[in-house]
Design a protein around this ligand. Sequence first.
Ligand code: ATP
Ligand code: MG
Length: 571
Amino acid sequence: MKFSRTLIPTLKETPADAEIVSHQLMLRAGLIRKLASGIYNWLPLGYRVLRKVENIVRQEMDSAGALEILMPAVQPAELWQSSGRWDHYGKELLRFADRHDNAYCLAPTHEEVVTDIAKREIRSYRDMPLNLYQIQTKFRDEIRPRFGIMRAREFLMKDAYSFDVDDQAAAASYQVMHQAYTRIFERLGLRFSVVEADSGAIGGSFSHEFMVLADTGEDAIVSCGGCGYAANLEKAEAVASHAGAPEPGPATAEVATPGAHTVEEVAEFLGVAPHQIAKTLIYLADGQPVAAMVRGDRELNEIKLKNQLGAAELQLAPPAVIQEVTGGPLGFSGPLGLEVPVWVDHELLQAPALVVGANKADHHLTGLHLQRDVPQARPADLRVIAPDDACPRCGGELEFARGIEVGHIFRLGTKYSTAMGAEYLDAEGQSHPIVMGCYGIGVSRIVAAAIEQGHDDNGIIFPLPIAPYSVTILPLGHQGPVMEKALELYRQLGQKGVDVLIDDRDLRPGVKFKDADLVGIPLRLVVGNKGLKQGQVELKHRADGRVEMLPLEQAADSLVEMVNQGGGQTL
Ligand code: ATP
Ligand code: MG
């Protein structure tokens, strides 16, 4: 492609409303433009990157045996009612009516439609295993669309769904996807980590997230260098100490703590450390009140609590419920005398004497011994793992890092097939619900994630496999032998199947160099008079700044080899 003939509207200034570097660079390099909040146009250069990501995803899904289909973005409400999600999905689901007043939604995901296909088309155990996937536009009315296409409202996803006869077969299908995803992210040329993720009601180690590692990532992940354990912070297990229960001290005593509300204030008022205090939080789990306790210096992990309770919905109770359940106002709850279930983080069982709320305004209890004073308390892992925690598998040291979720694989079990009646007949003619799995990749988010991981002060550093062009040629001059040789190289590379961009614009070299760095093309070939006199052209590697002189005659062949070795693609 000739630069003069394409549309690469680069910007000198960093757009003010772009917070993170990938968003800034995607705008500056002319990859995308905003149409509305969370809705973007992909311009030619950006669309090339997106298509290259898509190609790798498609090739690896195909070779894993998945079958590509295309499902509609507009879906009838009845389907969502049959799974129960019309009422539960919330405001991320964009709903609307057609001219006949029939209700529809713009699909945020496709479990309903794909289960409907399975229900109609899968008859017997012989039709499985089956894996159907698509690469398709999703719409989620995100509460806070941000960071450009990283968290957009309209975005491109690859979503796959597996169908199996039983849990064992479904586990095998899950493994096939796990391996395919690993190959996909390796081929994309990204540094990534596979972490255990929350698997909700299904449990077990059947949910993994694929994270592109970047300091700016929204997700926190922990990993152990010793044994390879890696998990999303949301899911990472906090191990209980095995020390026996401590001896109880004197009985509890009520103390007035006027004006002390936060853990820190109470700690200071009573002259104790925050870890000697226990917070008691009152929740509504599917409408039923429960109490949950964690140490004052810890954070309660609502996902763990929700899974422990097997609840579909969990929310903090409003003040009126707290008053009713505890007899005291918000901020002074404690476990003594409660008639609702009391769940305690297992770490609290190690405390000989705790400070807790007295269920009475401006009062606390000291000297609480859980085993003695709250014998009905149920211990569980309820807190967010902290830097002083050891690896739950091997006891080694944990490392904390940040990542961007680009893929998620998940066992669905029979949740949708049961709700929607998708069944098959076994060899004996007995009917069973189909066992499903679902597997998503944020195709458009990968482009932003790659830039978060690969950039410097001058612009984007694309990995070769997804760069919009593998090679850019910069002639230092607009006509004469320089331009002729440059065009000749351009044609040679094109014929050999290399994606190449030539900057044929009549501009100062400085401007061309700046743009080449900004758009992040991995291999830059400079053709100038000085080099040509010695029969040479200059090659610069965008990633590490390495410069080498190539003999003009061999330049094209050398580049073809580099591109092939680096996994470069041709569109
Ligand atoms: P998140 O926790 O980031 O909201 P999710 O759990 O809602 O993600 P899934 O439903 O598993 O995501 O979707 C599959 C993939 O689609 C995600 O791993 C992510 O890469 C991508 N994705 C999800 N939401 C968005 C979005 N708003 N914009 C761009 N990509 C997204
Ligand atoms: Mg989401």
